[in-house]
Design a protein around this ligand. Structure first.
Ligand code: SAM
Length: 257
């Protein structure tokens, strides 16, 4: 039980909900799918027969023999956070599916965004409170680095809620399944974008201007004209900028170098 909690093992039991998630994922015969945290195979069993190939990633060695009974899958007994997607299936973009282990669900999303060039799209289940942070509107109380990063790189469909009663053991809060598709027209590399976001949000309650001057070692003569051109008021916080405003700010900082 301790191990189950440590590994975020809340297994899906409700057959209707499992089918609903599979329908939402909408598998196609040519798909190469990677499932994060396949567990006891609740989703794996339904999706595997409908696709070209399913790679089932599971960290817990105790669950591997059960997964190996399922046909048309390749089981990868590893920590997803250590996998390099480019080396897994370089010839075709993969589709990602996962009822995610909650203790690392944001780390997984960050890693997926960093590896977006290898990914077609993703259907992921989050705890509702994390889902609300991902979807949060600009200036809302839950708007954070996670929201800006997710919304800048992905079109997100907010999907549907899944009751905590559908799992065993039952988690404390409800979940949400969402669909993520990467936007084709973003202008900034993930590392560059996230690096500035980390600095902008380093002290959330402080002014964005001060955070950027301190963390990027900029002086006012350089930053203030950019703020003025972009109609950003001197006293805004990071949480008041949209993902696209962050893009413009970063591009302007780069050209002012
Ligand atoms: N897919 C199954 C289902 O829907 O019933 C299980 C989902 S359960 C919420 C999360 C699964 O992720 C568990 O089986 C857990 O062992 C596995 N897991 C936890 N950490 C992992 C990691 N770092 N890499 C891969 N799998 C992990």
């Amino acid at each position: 039980m301790v191990r189950a909690a440590r590994l975020g093992q809340n297994f899906l039991l409700d057959k209707n909900v499992i089918q609903k998630i599979a329908n939402y994922f909408s598998p196609k015969s040519e798909d190469v799918v990677l499932e994060i945290g396949a567990g006891r195979g609740a989703l794996t069993r339904i999706i595997a027969p409908q696709v070209a190939k399913l790679l089932a990633v599971e960290i817990d060695g105790a669950l591997i023999p059960e997964l190996q009974q399922i046909s048309n899958i390749e089981v990868i007994n590893n920590d997803f956070l250590e996998l390099d997607l480019g080396s897994i299936n370089p010839d075709k973009k993969i589709r990602i599916l996962g009822n995610l282990p909650y203790y690392i669900s944001t780390a997984i999303l960050t890693r997926l965004i960093h590896q977006k060039n290898w990914i077609e799209d993703m259907v992921l289940m989050y705890q509702e409170e994390v889902a609300q942070r991902i979807l949060a509107p600009t200036s809302g109380s839950e708007y954070s680095l996670l929201s800006v990063m997710s919304q800048y790189y992905c079109e997100i469909d907010k999907g549907f809620r899944v009751s905590k009663n559908c799992f065993k053991p039952m988690p404390e809060i409800e979940s949400r399944v969402m669909h993520f598709r990467f936007k084709p027209d973003v202008k900034i590399e993930v590392n560059d974008y996230v690096s500035v976001l980390q600095k902008a949000f380093s002290q959330r309650r402080k002014k964005l201007r001060n955070n950027l001057m301190r963390e990027l070692d900029l002086d006012a003569d350089r930053l203030d004209p950019i703020f003025k051109d972009m109609n950003i008021l001197e006293n805004v916080r990071a949480e008041n900028l949209t993902p696209i405003q962050f893009e413009e700010l970063i591009l302007r900082l780069a050209t002012a170098d």
